[in-house]
Write a protein that binds this ligand. Structure first.
Ligand SMILES: Cc1ncc(COP(=O)(O)O)c(C=O)c1O
Length: 371
């Protein structure tokens, strides 16, 4: 066995995206104790900067020590009780995972389905809320990474509240890449990931919950079935500095990375980061248009950070992706589920959302397609 030295890739798939060198170097700094006062101070700064990234004042805003799927599970494990009726919107892979979570928590999932590549339909959600007045939650994905479609968080949250439902929103691919206003849009519980538009490594899941959601967590009839993800316990660890008590050993160096990523986001400005993703998307879309390549998602619902395009007639999907990887060290994503073999998913997330990457990818794709 020898040390592992990964090849240098340009990551333009559905995530992870390229990690900024500043973040990698922050992660190589000396490990200190997770209850060291200096580390506790850094944890507080992470919470402050995450509030900015989510545009929220929610006191419970912190990273879960595990990837985006754990943030998803934290929201469902804490907010769903046995027998609860939850309206789950499915327009791609991650809505399906939400359904799986609801059912594993003993809840009753009512499914609102939309075609892959479409945004969640407001009309269908309203019809489901009317038909199920006993529903307690509405769950949907803001940025569906499997299709590249964005859904209307503000309208869906307002609708849910009209029918006395709380909302769980998946922002794994949207945080830092698309406009997201947790407080103004009335999101009750939200989770994300570090490996997409925050330019950080995979493995942490920022979450945020408002007081209404926390009230539901505090008043549960039964204990949360997961000890590790029980927010009543995790909050004791991520609570205010002096009161902090041991829950688990935080991934110390991974949190240095998240801290650096958030310093960079704060320096750039979250609005500027959203705009950068849009500008890069526009440049990519122009180049793809010149190559005659079509988008799957309608222009109004397109995510800038995840561009899903139809594979041109007669082109061998796997061969092109392998050629991009082996000759140019560029990774793009394959289609999933209903879209497998039919589409490519081209990510422009975080540090990957740069003009030089767009140019490099377009010229490599053109060359490979011509061959
Ligand atoms: C929309 C969405 N939700 C959840 C996840 C799960 O996150 P992770 O792979 O970090 O567990 C992903 C990952 O790609 C995602 O894109």
């Amino acid at each position: 066995m020898q040390s592992f030295n990964p090849p240098i890739r340009t990551l333009m798939g559905p995530g992870p995206s390229d990690v900024h060198p500043r973040i990698l170097s922050a992660m190589a700094r000396p490990t200190i104790g997770h209850l060291d006062p200096e580390f506790v101070r850094m944890m507080d700064e992470i919470k402050t900067m995450l509030k900015y990234a989510f545009q929220t004042e929610n006191e419970l805003t912190m990273p879960i020590s595990a990837p985006g799927s754990a943030g998803m599970e934290t929201c469902f494990a804490n907010l769903v009780e046995k027998g609860d009726k939850v309206i789950v919107c499915i327009n791609g892979v991650f809505g399906m995972r939400m359904q799986e979570n609801v059912e594993r928590m003993g809840g009753n999932a009512v499914i609102v389905s939309d075609d892959w590549g479409k945004a969640v339909s407001i009309d269908k959600v309203e019809a489901a809320l009317k038909e199920h007045p006993d529903a307690t939650l509405l769950a949907f994905v803001h940025a569906e990474t499997s299709t590249g479609a964005s859904s209307d968080v503000k309208t869906l949250c307002a609708l849910a509240h009209q029918y006395d439902c709380l909302t769980i929103v998946d922002a794994v691919t949207s945080l830092g890449g698309s406009p997201l206003y947790v407080d103004d849009w009335g999101v009750d519980a939200i989770y994300s990931g570090t490996q997409k538009c925050l330019s950080c490594t995979p493995g942490l899941s920022p979450i945020s919950m408002n007081e209404k959601a926390l009230e539901k967590v505090r008043n549960r009839k039964e204990k949360v079935q997961s000890w590790f993800l029980d927010l009543n316990l995790v909050m004791g660890y991520w609570g205010e500095g002096a009161k902090r008590t041991y829950h688990h050993t935080a991934p110390v160096n991974a949190l240095y990375g998240l801290h650096e990523a958030l310093v960079m986001l704060t320096d750039e400005g979250v609005g500027a980061s959203w705009n950068r993703h849009t500008t890069m998307h526009q440049q990519l879309a122009e180049g793809l248009n010149d190559l005659g390549i079509q988008f799957v998602v309608d222009e109004n619902d397109r995510l800038p950070q995840l561009n899903t395009v139809w594979i041109p007639e007669g082109v061998d999907d796997a061969k092109i992706r392998a050629e991009l990887l082996n000759t140019y060290n560029i990774e793009i994503g394959a289609g999933l589920g209903a879209l497998a073999g039919k589409v490519w998913r081209i990510g422009l997330m975080g540090y990957s959302a740069r003009a030089d990457n767009v140019m490099f990818f377009l010229s490599a794709l053109k060359k490979v397609l011509n061959q």
